[in-house]
Ligand binder design. Structure first.
Ligand code: PLP
Length: 365
């Protein structure tokens, strides 16, 4: 290619998504592989959402409502946040990109913690911004250190709560103190992709801090607990003036008509999320017990995945599991070269993972 690529794009490393089942089966000549790599819902998609999506297909000769008016209304009712305080993204990841496009340019920086979601780095570097990576306290965000890392060129701070890939969380009190200590010239994005799964007394969504802090954007998604990752809808709660600024950068029809309709229906299907979370904890207990009995260390998780420390490199372990037809995720890209991340599935899948892990461990001896 003869087109000159700007230096900051040339240096950028592309996001490595979890391997799709079909790709793995094709490459390794396997059948019946199981994917535990992308934190997708093992119960499949929320059924009410699928029905609504099928109905909406008959309307797709129309452009969608650009801002997703009715979905914003449904989210507003569900969460008690004003419609003007809601913005939709093609997945919540797009909202992170929109925020970076809006606020980051050369010379400006984003603060996030080591071992955070890989997209935070990519979104910043793509805008030629700098990343200020703050070490974690153990495997949890060190919010005090993150606040201290802010300088006059900081425009964004990204906090996944709970965090992927560690599965750890910060208490509401800590997040509140963070908002109180960060200057209001920094947009703090609290990414709550896994909030539905958390069962901790001291955890709460940061959305109730919006009243007081205009420099806050709280993200949620339909990709995890609602089982709608393939439809690509995430949402952000923020101050109306902030959202007006983000809307300027948002592509006009960034979420599809089918996805909007499906997500409106999903919000009505409370039973599905409840079932998903209940299954998650039964299976988490099973996996924790089995991992311990294999002598493997893991990070206690409040999400639908577990970060497991393995002997040798996470990449080698991942590849060995792949040959057994089990797709997990190596985590070197997020700063954990000796770990794999495993999505909690139904019992049958979790058992297969444990059996495959036993085999791999034996072959290492
Ligand atoms: C899965 C995930 C998301 C959700 O991404 P979508 O674009 O909404 O599918 C966001 N943040 C983190 C940390 C995640 O793990």
């Amino acid at each position: 290619m003869k087109i000159p690529v700007p230096e900051h794009i040339r240096k950028l490393e592309a996001y490595q998504p979890g391997k799709p089942i079909k790709e793995v089966e094709r490459e390794l000549g396997l059948k019946n592989t199981i994917k535990m790599a992308s934190n997708e819902n093992p119960l499949g998609p929320c059924p009410g959402a699928v029905k609504a999506a099928v109905r909406a297909l008959n309307e797709v000769h129309y452009y969608p409502e650009g801002g997703g008016f009715y979905l914003c209304e449904a989210l507003s009712r569900y969460y008690g946040v004003a419609k003007e305080q809601i913005i939709l993204g093609n997945g919540s990841v797009e909202l992170i990109e929109i925020a970076a496009k809006t606020f980051i340019q050369k010379g400006l920086n984003t603060v996030f913690s080591d071992g955070a979601f890989a997209m935070y780095r990519i979104a910043t570097l793509a805008m030629d911004g700098d990343v200020k990576v703050v070490p974690m306290a153990g495997r949890t965000h060190d919010l005090k250190a993150m606040a201290k890392a802010v300088d006059e060129n900081t425009r964004l701070m990204l906090v996944a709560n709970p965090n992927n890939p560690t599965g750890t969380y910060n208490s509401f009190k800590e997040v509140k103190e963070l908002m109180e200590s960060v200057p209001d010239t920094v947009l703090v994005i609290v990414d709550e992709a896994y909030k539905e799964y958390v069962r901790k007394e001291d955890y709460k969504s940061a959305a109730c801090l919006l009243e007081k802090h205009k420099n806050l954007l709280v993200l949620g998604t339909f990709s995890k607990a609602y089982g709608l990752a393939g439809l690509r809808i995430g949402y952000g709660f923020g101050d109306p003036e902030l959202l007006q600024t983000l809307h300027k950068v948002r592509s006009p029809f960034n979420t599809s008509l089918v996805a909007q309709e499906a997500c409106i229906a999903a919000l009505d299907d409370r039973e599905f999320v409840k079932q998903s979370v209940e299954l998650n904890y039964v299976e988490m207990e099973y996996l924790e017990k089995e991992l311990s009995s294999l002598g493997l260390k893991y990070t206690p998780s409040v999400c639908n995945f577990i970060l497991v420390d393995v002997p040798g490199s996470g990449k080698a372990f991942f590849e060995a599991l792949l040959r057994e037809g089990v797709i997990v995720r190596p985590m070197a890209m997020s700063g954990f070269p000796g770990s794999i991340r495993v999505t909690i599935c139904k019992r049958e899948g979790n058992k297969r993972f444990i059996e495959a892990t036993k085999k791999v461990l034996k072959s290492l001896k």
